[in-house]
Design a protein around this ligand. Structure first.
Ligand code: ADP
Ligand code: MG
Length: 365
């Protein structure tokens, strides 16, 4: 199982850091999004797939009362903070925020010792944050005997990220990571909180390529898009942009730029999710691939979440033999996902590696 190595690493790190074995350990995967970018906080639909890369958390009650002591294999030091601390722009915010939501204002008197290990690239658009939150909640359920459904875990994890970390994300990441299964793509309605698996073609792989640019480089861009969508909703007198369809596109021409382009991306992207799933179900892979590339153009020109280097990587991926390619995740750096016929994957990855020295192939799935 892909999670075994991460669990073993988190357990070993726990033993060396705290001098005893953990009482509980759990794992959650990262995800790639195949279609539907930024539609989740707009009440729309999305098409993510959990990956065979992910994060393990090991933990125990212990240490000083009311404190957490946390160590991640990716960070140099053990961090010690009060469980009731306010956010401090530290990676442990994700732990404290999630624990505060879990304990609902009734924190334990004991302390908590926690270790984290992952093979996900952090801050690359593959949901390392949701994997960390969901793995922690799963481990806390084990430790305390509390029973939470996967959907309840997703809702708690999103709440922690929204209210404590201060990242106004939708529920796609937490839902797909908590409810989904690695390798199985999910059509998710973020408003109804319902999902169904969608079969992927045997003939193709999705190749995930890191651009080499971490998305923390332009912090604040995501939040700005959320604010712009809220402003567009107010001007259009709708609750969510996801409530609109291509038949409503004429309404957005009255909006000032860039709100008109932001709204156009959400409306057309939401529609592309339905069309992409329809294309897959009718085995029209050419149409599916074209929708992926169209999605990238919309993210770049209308939603302005791409970067010149990412645009060049998408163009390069198509030149290297991908049938379609697009930015995946929140944007402003991060990763792209390319749809590549299996017989071409080897030459495709070779061309990408040669042509883009900063890019890294993360997964072929
Ligand atoms: P993404 O979810 O796309 O990887 P985010 O910016 O949403 O990117 O989340 C990345 C942040 O989550 C990191 O900066 C760090 O604070 C936290 N994080 C995720 N995984 C780990 C980990 N294994 N160890 C420590 N912190 C992590
Ligand atoms: Mg994240």
């Amino acid at each position: 199982m892909p999670q075994d190595a991460q669990i073993l690493q988190a357990q070993a790190l726990f033993q060396t850091t705290f001098g005893h074995a953990p009482s509980a350990q759990a794992y959650a995967p990262g995800r790639v999004n195949l279609m539907g970018e930024h539609t989740d906080y707009n009440g729309g639909v999305v098409f993510p797939m959990p990956l065979a890369l992910g994060t393990a958390v090991a933990l125990s009650f212990g240490g000083p009362a009311g404190m957490i002591q946390a160590r991640s294999a990716d960070f140099p030091e053990t961090v010690k903070r009060p469980l009731g601390d306010t956010a401090k722009d530290c990676w442990t915010d994700y732990l404290i925020g999630t624990l505060q939501v879990f304990f609902e204002g009734h924190p334990p008197t004991e302390g908590l010792q926690i270790t984290v290990a992952t093979d996900l690239p952090v801050g690359s658009g593959l949901s390392s944050s949701a994997a960390l939150e969901v793995a922690l909640l799963r481990a806390m359920c084990q430790l305390t005997g509390r029973n939470l459904t996967p959907v309840e875990i997703a809702i708690m994890a999103r709440k922690a990220e929204n209210t404590y970390v201060g990242m106004p994300c939708g529920i796609m990441d937490q839902y797909s990571v908590s409810v989904g299964t690695p390798g199985s793509a999910l059509f998710l309605d973020t408003r109804q909180l319902t999902s169904e698996p969608v079969a992927l073609p045997d003939s193709h792989n999705f190749v995930i390529i890191h651009s080499g640019l971490s998305h923390r480089l332009s912090e604040g861009g995501y939040e700005k898009r959320v604010t712009e969508c809220t402003a567009a909703c107010a001007a259009l007198e709708v609750e969510f942009l996801g409530d609109l369809s291509p038949a409503d596109l004429h309404r957005i021409t009255a909006l000032p730029d860039p709100l008109n382009r932001r709204a156009r991306h959400i409306i057309t992207e939401n529609d592309r999710v339905y069309r992409a799933i329809d294309a897959l179900k009718s085995s029209d892979l050419g149409r599916f691939a074209a929708l992926m590339t169209e999605s990238h153009q919309s993210q770049s020109a209308d939603y302005a979440v791409s970067l010149p280097e990412i645009d060049a990587l998408v163009t390069g991926a198509i030149a290297a033999g991908a049938d379609g390619a697009r930015l995946t995740g929140g944007g402003f750096g991060g990763s792209i996902v390319a749809f590549v016929e299996k017989s071409r994957v080897a030459s495709f990855t070779q061309k990408i590696t040669q042509g883009f020295p900063n890019a890294r192939v993360l997964a072929v799935t």
